[in-house]
Ligand binder design. Structure first.
Ligand SMILES: Nc1ncnc2c1ncn2[C@@H]1O[C@H](COP(=O)(O)OP(=O)(O)OP(=O)(O)O)[C@@H](O)[C@H]1O
Length: 298
């Protein structure tokens, strides 16, 4: 898809797929085009060129969309004078969904006690929960969530993560956007990294973690002997200020086995990786366009 807003190129030939049964994370700095993509998918904005399909169809062609795709796009965009129950009930009625489903969902998102309070008095976190309930009203197979942990407290973040994992394990397609690397590392199976409307990288979280393995930290009361053994085995070994050894050119199993053979006790053996922040900066640095404009803050 390509999307222009006047002179702004918000999406630049962006192309990707999100698959059922996994949580796909859409990661990029502010202004990268995440919200625009989700808005184009649900037909709120038309693409300048290209197409977004949900289960092979454009959103506008889906007759009862709530049953097929649920979206949390802007938790603030709700009628402040309505109660949470009324808000969901109106939406439910438009799709002939009964009020018992509304009650169930209010419980599921933890809003049962404030169900009959006006949304105007809700915190951002409560609005996010209400938005998630609205997205799930029709029990859709595809769930799109724009920055779902915004405004949530630690308990709320934990709850959203669990919910997304459950939705994916039920075979649903979950696509969430975030500008927080830490969020991605803990939540998603597959990550799409975007910058300036372009797809910069796409990877499983597992591969990303492997690609950015850095070194191994080993601690042993016999670190001098162990250092000698590891060097003799062709590894590159340096000393850490607090008495540990930093090893590259091998893996934890080989180091553990060598130490066991020599009866050298090991107190710690840790595979260390670059943080997702480092990965992100490295990848965006690799994209020439990004470098030309300098880094954006995350
Ligand atoms: N309705 C609009 N009119 C004009 N420009 C827009 C509009 N919506 C988005 N843009 C511009 O398109 C680009 C992509 O914005 P978008 O909101 O999709 O990014 P984002 O990755 O979701 O960022 P954020 O995390 O800040 O929401 C930005 O340059 C933004 O200013």
């Amino acid at each position: 898809m390509t999307k222009r807003y006047g002179p702004t190129l918000a999406l630049d030939r962006l192309s990707f797929q999100a698959h059922p049964g996994r949580v796909t994370g859409f990661l990029g700095p502010n202004g990268a085009g995440k919200s625009t993509t989700l808005r184009v998918i649900v037909g709120l904005h038309g693409p300048t060129s290209g197409v977004a399909l949900v289960n092979g169809r454009r959103y506008a062609e889906i007759s009862r969309p709530l049953y097929e795709v649920g979206a949390l796009l802007d938790a603030g965009a709700v009628h402040p004078g309505r109660t949470a129950f009324k808000q969901l009930a109106c939406l439910a009625r438009s799709h002939r969904i009964g009020t018992s489903r509304v009650k169930t969902l209010l419980e599921q998102v933890g809003l049962q006690d404030v169900a009959h309070k006006r949304i105007g008095g809700f915190s951002l976190g409560m609005r996010q929960r209400l938005g998630i309930a609205a997205a799930l009203l029709g029990d859709p197979g595809v769930v799109l969530l724009d920055e779902p942990v915004n405004g949530l407290d630690a308990e709320g973040i934990h709850w959203v993560r669990g919910l997304m994992r459950t939705l994916a394990s039920e075979g649903r397609t979950v696509l969430l956007s975030s500008h927080l690397m830490s969020e991605m590392a803990l939540t998603v199976d597959h990550v799409l990294i975007i910058g300036r409307g372009r797809l910069i990288a796409e990877s499983s979280m597992e591969d990303l973690a492997k690609r950015f393995r850095r070194d191994i930290l080993v601690r042993s009361p016999m670190h001098v002997e162990l250092g000698g053994v590891l060097r003799a085995a062709g590894m590159s070994v340096s000393s850490e200020p607090r008495g540990g050894l930093v090893v590259t050119g091998s893996d934890t199993a080989t180091i553990g086995d060598l130490a066991a053979e020599r009866r050298i006790p090991i107190h710690e053996l840790t595979q260390r990786s670059a943080t997702l922040e480092d990965v992100y900066l490295e990848m965006t640095d690799e994209a020439a366009d990004y470098r030309a404009g300098g880094r954006r803050s995350l």
